[in-house]
Ligand binder design. Structure first.
Ligand code: NAP
Length: 265
């Protein structure tokens, strides 16, 4: 598939972590950027840093995407700039760990909204003009956990990432022959602020050494997206874990992931 060069990329959750790393890779390849996140100061700092090290034009929209009508608002704001979004990167997402019964329900619904509804709605809105132009890319940030048949201690988060994977794979097939592609990238445990926000610091999965860097994840995601691949799992160890997760009988893999999902005191 021919890559989409020098085009406009909208990236959600681009102020730090994986989203910022993806933004830097797109900028390094000559794309212009529209960056979205809640915290304005960090977002503007990210834009300044990218502008210093590239020739890209960078626009920022500071907003809470999980808020009511936020996605429609963002779509309108982008429309008013006169820019067309050629590549949409649905990266913004949060995690939540701990037993489901003890979790705060409004925090949970906020997470489910951001991880699934916001991603779906953004895709639906920005896909229509891409289809009319007969070119475009959708890159969804899922997770390695979508290759596990569920995992205790973060049941709802894991289920939300199963949604991202299944949705992206189905969409990818629907888009065949349209000039638009959909890709899902599935990072494994990665050292970002996600870990503290999700209260996962003492989870086994986050205590193993190594892991794939945000830069490597971003490079792999960029290449897969440009090539129009259906999915990519960055890192050999993560590929192995995903393979294990798909093996039958799944009950064995489930116990492995249940172990990795345990929290240490
Ligand atoms: N880190 C991991 O281990 C890991 C593994 C697999 C998959 N992932 C996935 O990777 C994606 C990025 O996570 P990360 O690890 O890079 O986390 P991160 O460093 O915490 O970054 C999250 C980004 O999303 C933004 N964000 C959060 N809530 C938002 C909201 N309501 N509206 C708009 N922006 C919002 C954050 O900025 P503000 O807080 O300023 O809004 C930030 O820019 C997520 O989808 C996550 O599920 C992470």
């Amino acid at each position: 598939m021919k890559p989409i060069d020098n085009k406009t990329v909208l990236i959600t959750g681009a102020s730090k972590g994986i989203g910022l790393a993806i933004a830097k890779v797109f900028a390094a390849h000559g794309h212009n950027l529209i960056l979205v996140a809640r915290g304005q100061a960090r977002l503007e700092q990210a834009a300044r840093d990218i502008q210093k090290s590239s020739d890209s034009d960078v626009l920022t929209f500071s907003m809470d995407l999980a808020g009511e009508n936020a996605v429609e608002e963002l779509f309108e704001k982008v429309k008013q700039t006169g820019l067309s979004v050629d590549i949409l990167v649905n990266n913004a997402g949060v995690g939540m760990t701990g037993y489901f019964a003890m979790g705060d329900y409004s925090t949970m619904t906020n997470m489910l909204r951001l991880n699934m509804i916001v991603l779906t709605q953004l895709t639906h809105l920005f896909l229509q003009p891409m289809l009319q132009r007969k070119h475009g890319r959708i890159l969804n940030v899922g997770s390695l956990v979508a290759h596990f048949s569920g995992a205790p201690n973060w049941s709802a988060y894991v289920a939300s990432k199963h949604y991202v994977r299944a949705f992206s794979r189905g969409l990818s097939r629907e888009l065949k022959g349209t000039g638009v592609t959909a890709t899902v990238v599935s990072p494994g445990a990665t050292a970002t602020d996600f870990v503290t926000t999700a209260d996962a610091t003492n989870m086994r999965a986050y205590q193993t050494r190594g892991g794939t860097s945000v830069e490597k994840i971003a490079e792999a995601a960029y290449s897969a997206c440009q090539a129009g691949k259906v999915s990519i799992i960055p890192g050999m160890f993560n590929k192995l874990l995903a393979f294990l997760g798909e093996l039958h009988p799944r009950a064995i893999a489930f116990e492995v992931f249940a172990f990795l999902s345990q929290k240490k005191d």
